[in-house]
Design a binder for this molecule. Sequence first.
Ligand code: TRP
Ligand code: SF4
Length: 326
Amino acid sequence: MRVLSGMRPTGRLHLGHLAGVLSQWKQLQDKYECLFMSADLHALLSEYKDPSQIGVYSRDNIADWLAWGISPESSTIFIQSQVKQHIELFFIFSAFTPLGWLTRCPTFKDQVKQLKDKDINNLGFLGYPVLQAADILIYKAGYVPVGEDQLPHLEISREIARRFNFLYKKEIFPYPQPILSPAPKLLGTDGRKMSKSYQNCIYLSDSPEEVESKVKNMFTDPQRIKRTQAGRPQICNVYSYYELFAPDVREEIKQDCLAAKIGCTDCKKKLAGILKKLLEPARDKKENLLKKKGYISDIIDSGRKKAEVLAEETLSQVKETMPFAR
Ligand code: TRP
Ligand code: SF4
């Protein structure tokens, strides 16, 4: 069974990505044939006013995947726009995808509300789920690891597969199932939703100094004013980082906090130390990978070639099944 997943290259990767998507991809690559894609065309749909960073983030994200253990030997790593078959299949799908499926899609309605400043009332953006369906179905992927927010898109992918198979009377496409990513309840350092526009993320590539100063400024239990007061780890944002990233000491910290045996300053110092240690090896590895001339480009290139072969296979089946250019 094939697995395909993608990430939009709209920024650097942070601890939220590590706890969610990346750790899941790593597990899946040992069990399935995996394709991991940087979805730069999807990024373009929201970033078209200044698309200059998309390519930079694409390569930077892929360097992080590699540094964190996504293996170019066992997985196919590629950039969406380089495999042109996605767009061709997207176009064919758009011939028979009813507009109602797209305008009713909850993510579309949400995004139009949320991203008012980005002005995404465009043809392309409406077709977002159709392109995603093409991404998945061009590899006949059976499983798609995604966050909960992506479930409506997978539903549309299955509907498109069903409609194709029905209209052209051949079971070409499977009905891809989601594999839900663990949804880490990780907030930004200020306690708000993690987002690059709030500048509250700890990035995987942050230097030790950056990690230290970000952790130092983290919000803690707001009711714990004096060192002698007990804290409430269950509502403390600092503690939620311990939960995810420090399985060996989290219980001890929890008890010490509840018993006022540790102060918030020390608690944060300790967390900073743990995070620095966690990030360091992969950050060094990434730097080395980026230094090796052509290394990452070669991986992206061979990923494209592998993906192209699979994509072309499906596309020719599609054209065979619904001949329109003969
Ligand atoms: N829409 C996905 C997201 O924002 C990214 C994506 C694009 C994707 N194509 C995909 C995910 C195909 C899974 C499969 O997270
Ligand atoms: Fe949060 Fe740690 Fe302070 Fe407890 S001691 S409130 S866990 S920062």
